[in-house]
Design a protein around this ligand. Structure first.
Ligand code: NDP
Length: 503
């Protein structure tokens, strides 16, 4: 992939576009005729105008998806679905550079992270394209003359709602498995970051998905998202976002008891024992919390340090944190970009104030950056708190920004207790050179995704999702595929004659 950054201004001038929704095979305006400005968080300037969908638009998309499911798509052979998804991956490869820049411009993340997201997106489409044609059923040996088998069938119309932190990657994680398994979809990106999804749907159109199979509805969660979650014609809703929103979606889904999968927030522990490789642990502690500006559901937002290395570790952490280059994502020197929006930045800054008021010690960062080129963007310094208590809000609540809360432990038992002491259970890591301890601790961390001596690696092949209030169900891998299927038992009688039960 070409990795050249044109200057931001020229991209913005180019981006005077109005982006539309894609419903029933057509690019359309919203029913209310309204629009919304899409903003570059690095400087607060408008980069595009998006048509604003309404509940009525979501309803039209749902009906289109239902028609398409029962007319064309459920009869479309897996090999054809696979071909379309491979074609999507190929087109993404051709336009990868453009997608990465769009993602950075709209979301703010450093370009190197956006490039990674595009690669992940491409491999996600390839993975599920491949999986579509693999064996999925089972047969059972039951008493003669019966024959029993299980087949997996698509669920039907899937509503998919994603957040702004990984707009393109989240779209792939949702769309690729759903389409591979034979569902039709109504997809809603965050109102803040629709641009890469619009480009992805351009590709869907180009490769020739039948009308109504893929639908893109733009607009607010409270209207469009709510309609998708509540509609009785949606058979499954898949959501990634905050835990409070997840709860609303679950409530809205009760009307028709649709299937629900939820990928929610976290406050994940990164546990470092004194015997860990010191430099590796410092490096991953920073990566764990400051990648994507901390706007990651699985961020290592709580660093648990064994008491004997506490001071030396914090000293090394601060020394390295000072070198992190904060700047616009399109500037190749930038290692951390802006937060997604002014409102989100204000929320993160409020949490920093709460941390100070609660009595934690702010040892690094803590402020919005208001100087020079960064003054109009939503930039917050990488921030580190020590001397926290387990009951503090900055230890318990998801901040979703570049704010690290450090905790201390004396024993393995205490480390495990602290690691599990929140309502969340998405991810967790342990750093130690003692293999037995590593497995002992990881097995007792109540979380769906864990790492030993690393943080953050994520694979399309492996399941993603959380324990406790971090979610319901799993995405990715074969688990993620199965989550888009119904299981049907088929029993076949090989001896067709009356059984005479009532003779
Ligand atoms: P939300 O959970 O509100 O947004 C995620 C998606 O849900 C967006 O597409 C949003 O639409 C949509 N949505 C919002 N309300 C509803 C609703 N009532 N019914 C259906 N869909 C809805 O995240 P926010 O952007 O508001 O962030 C709030 C907090 O959530 C963050 O500060 C962070 O703590 C957490 N979060 C966690 C994420 C994760 O991956 N775990 C991702 C994003 C946020 P729209 O944006 O258009 O309103």
């Amino acid at each position: 992939m070409e990795n050249v950054v044109r200057d931001e201004q020229s991209m913005e001038e180019e981006a005077t576009l109005v982006v539309h929704m894609y419903i029933d095979g057509q690019w359309v305006e919203g029913a209310a005729g309204e629009t919304r400005d899409i903003v570059n968080p690095a400087n607060g300037r408008t980069i595009a105008t998006a048509v604003e969908g309404t509940a009525e638009d979501a309803g039209r998309a749902i009906q289109a998806a239902k028609r398409a499911f029962y007319t064309t798509w459920w009869d479309t052979p897996a090999i054809e679905r696979a071909k379309l998804l491979f074609d999507v991956a190929r087109k993404l490869e051709e336009r990868g550079d453009e997608f990465a820049k769009t993602e950075t411009l709209n979301n703010g993340k450093p370009l190197r992270e956006a490039i990674f997201d595009v690669y992940d997106t491409i491999s996600c489409f390839k993975y599920y394209a491949g999986l579509a044609t693999k064996p999925h059923g089972q047969t059972y040996e039951v008493p003669d003359p019966q024959q029993a088998m299980v087949v997996r069938e698509p669920i039907g119309v899937c509503g998919q709602i994603v957040p702004w932190n990984y707009p393109l990657m989240m779209a792939a994680w949702k769309l690729a498995p759903a389409l591979a398994a034979g569902n039709t979809v109504v997809f809603k990106p965050s109102e803040l970051t629709p641009l890469s999804a619009v480009k992805l749907f351009e590709i869907f159109e180009e490769v020739g998905f039948p009308r109504g199979v893929v639908n893109l509805v733009l607009g607010a969660g409270a209207t469009v998202g709510q309609e998708i979650a509540a509609s009785h014609d949606v058979d499954k809703v898949a959501f990634t976002g905050g835990t409070a929103t997840g709860r609303k979606i679950m409530e809205a889904s009760l009307g028709n008891l649709k299937k629900v999968s939820l990928e929610l927030g976290g406050k994940s522990p990164n546990v470092v024992f004194a015997d860990a490789d010191f430099d590796t642990a410092v490096d991953y502690a920073l990566f764990g919390i400051f990648a994507n500006q901390g706007q990651v559901c699985s961020a290592g937002s709580r660093l648990l340090l064994e008491e004997s290395i506490h001071d030396a570790f914090i000293e090394a952490l601060i020394k390295k944190a000072k070198t992190i280059q904060v700047g616009p994502g399109l500037d190749q020197r930038s290692q951390m970009g802006p937060l997604i929006s002014e409102a989100h930045m204000e929320k993160v800054l409020r949490y920093i104030e709460i941390g100070k008021q609660e009595g934690a010690t702010l040892v690094h960062g803590g402020k919005r950056i208001t100087e020079g080129k960064l003054k109009d963007g939503y930039f917050v310094e990488p921030t580190i708190f020590t001397n926290t208590r387990p009951d503090m809000r900055i230890v318990q609540e998801e901040i979703f920004g570049p704010v690290l809360a450090i905790q201390t432990f004396k024993s393995e038992e205490e480390a495990i207790h602290l690691a599990n002491d929140t309502i969340y259970g998405l991810a967790g890591a342990v750093f130690t050179n003692d293999v037995s301890r590593a497995f002992r601790v990881v097995k007792r961390i109540r979380a769906g995704i864990t790492w030993i001596n690393s943080y953050h690696p994520t694979y399309n092949e492996a399941p993603w999702g959380g324990y406790k209030q971090s979610g319901h169900g799993r995405e990715l891998g074969t688990f993620g595929y199965e989550a888009y299927t119904e299981v049907k038992q088929i029993n076949n009688n090989l001896k067709v004659e009356p059984i005479g039960w009532f003779d």
